[in-house]
Design a binder for this molecule. Structure first.
Ligand SMILES: [Zn+2]
Length: 110
């Protein structure tokens, strides 16, 4: 860290910029926040908060995939859903479709 950078960071702090716990991926120095913008005082890298939110969302989706059901559980679940549908269904064509689907599930489950 050179003197210019230290001076710059000191000036930023004096101008009410906030030093954050997030570090610049390039310079490994703390990022600053001012006027809702997060940036690196050294390389002027701008931290995109939206990207971070997006990443977190993706991680969340991954977690859901990890706790995915066993194939047999999925079939049982679908079977239940179809039975529920069948109870309410009045359309003959759709009733036949549901029954066919249920037959297939039964076959798959063995
Ligand atoms: Zn930087």
């Amino acid at each position: 860290m050179n003197d210019d950078l230290i001076k710059k960071m000191a000036n930023l702090l004096l101008s009410k910029a906030k030093m954050l716990e997030i570090h610049c991926p390039t310079c490994k120095i703390p990022l600053f926040e001012k006027d809702g913008k997060i940036f690196c005082p050294s390389c002027n890298y701008v931290f995109n908060q939206e990207t971070k939110v997006e990443e977190q969302r993706e991680k969340h989706v991954e977690k859901e995939v990890v706790v995915s059901l066993e194939p047999l559980d999925v079939l049982t679940m679908k079977e239940k859903e179809l039975f529920e549908k069948l109870k309410r269904e009045k359309n003959l064509k759709r009733i036949i479709l549901i029954l066919k689907a249920l037959k297939l599930i039964k076959e798959l489950k063995g």
